[in-house]
Design a protein around this ligand. Structure first.
Ligand SMILES: Cc1cc2nc3c(=O)[nH]c(=O)nc-3n(C[C@H](O)[C@H](O)[C@H](O)COP(=O)(O)OP(=O)(O)OC[C@H]3O[C@@H](n4cnc5c(N)ncnc54)[C@H](O)[C@@H]3O)c2cc1C
Length: 306
């Protein structure tokens, strides 16, 4: 049986990536989690999501780019996305990854590239969320975010924290002083036990601690999870503390628990769906399999069916 960490390890395997992305049979399987290859395909899904009363966040799939030129193409793609959101009148913001903008080549390049996207979002009255990647880049991601936040408004740029990291509660306390809009999620990478809680219960307990801290802060945050226990804990805490439904949003991934997404929207909660698209789907797709190894059987069955 493939374990979570084996699947995450495979997500970083360049040879497998090239193999998987060159066969259309694999590409077809990604439709469960990926909204197509082009902006237009993603817009079509976002219209449906909006029609269900949910907002969206665009994610152009790519990470750890290998050249300045590739990072530049990512910036152009995001400038196009921001224009497309306005032109097609859809309700969406954008999520970016700093390694997609060249963090692995030069942090200053990633900062400048991210800044260009945030500046365009500012011009258009939109919002950019800086996703969080593995723990090698946590500190530099926070540092770059703080620079961006010092130049742009609370409602123009936000960040993500991961409850599996031991440092996250204190990062949240620090970031709330700015203040900052934070998305809390559990975390999707392989991390060593000195950095991240190895036991799920500790990750969940920390999630609830951080969620309470965020909701109590009065700033608008994103509670990103499909876990019914985390959702119930959020709703109970908000009810107990008299925190209105409009003071935070739940966030979920495209293709996961659509039923729950619709239910929460019907119950009057703000619900945002993270909509990834693009050709570089491999690492994202593998992380989704890792979250629920039962998904591997779904994929294998479909490969065998041809
Ligand atoms: C909007 C959003 C943005 C995110 N951004 C980041 C980020 O920037 N950085 C980062 O490290 N991680 C990010 N993640 C991923 C996150 O860290 C988790 O890996 C992921 O959300 C699974 O955790 P969970 O809270 O849903 O709980 P889990 O305990 O993993 O899952 C709870 C239940 O949700 C369902 N479920 C969860 N995952 C799947 C799946 N793949 N397929 C089918 N069912 C599933 C299952 O029913 C499962 O029992 C993001 C997640 C969301 C929703």
């Amino acid at each position: 049986m493939l374990t979570r960490s084996a699947l995450i390890w495979l997500s970083r395997h360049e040879g497998l990536k090239d193999f998987a992305t060159s066969f259309s049979v694999f590409k077809k399987l990604t439709t469960r989690f990926v909204a197509g290859e082009t902006i237009e395909e993603a817009v079509r899904f976002i219209r449906e999501i909006n029609a269900d009363g949910c907002s969206a966040t665009f994610d152009h799939l790519n990470e750890s780019v290998g050249s300045v030129g590739e990072a530049e193409r990512e910036v152009s793609e995001y400038l196009d996305i921001l224009a497309k959101i306005d032109d097609s009148h859809i309700n969406s913001n954008v999520s970016i990854k700093l390694t997609q903008f060249g963090l692995g080549l030069d942090p200053e390049l990633a900062y400048r590239n991210a800044r260009r996207v945030v500046e365009e979002a500012h011009r258009r009255g939109n919002f950019v969320r800086v996703d969080m990647e593995d723990s090698n880049v946590t500190q530099v991601t926070i540092d770059i975010f703080k620079r961006l936040r010092s130049e742009f408004g609370l409602n123009e740029v936000g960040i993500v924290l991961q409850s599996y990291l031991r440092r996250t509660y204190s990062d949240a306390q620090e970031l709330l002083k700015l203040p900052a809009r934070i998305r809390i999620c559990k975390g999707a990478y392989n991390e060593p036990p000195d950095v991240a809680f190895p036991i799920k219960k500790d990750v969940d307990d920390n999630y609830i601690r951080v969620m309470r801290l965020l909701l109590s802060s009065g700033t608008y945050h994103g509670i990103a999870t499909h876990d019914p226990h985390m959702i119930d804990a959020t709703i109970s805490f908000a009810n107990r503390e008299g925190i209105g439904k409009d003071k935070f949003e739940f966030q979920m991934l495209f293709g996961i628990r659509r039923d729950l997404q619709r239910q929460l929207a019907r119950d009057g909660y703000n619900l945002r769906v993270y909509v990834p698209y693009g050709k570089h789907w491999y690492p994202y797709f593998m992380r989704r399999l890792a979250e629920r190894p039962a998904n591997v059987w779904f994929v294998l069955k479909n490969v065998l069916k041809g």
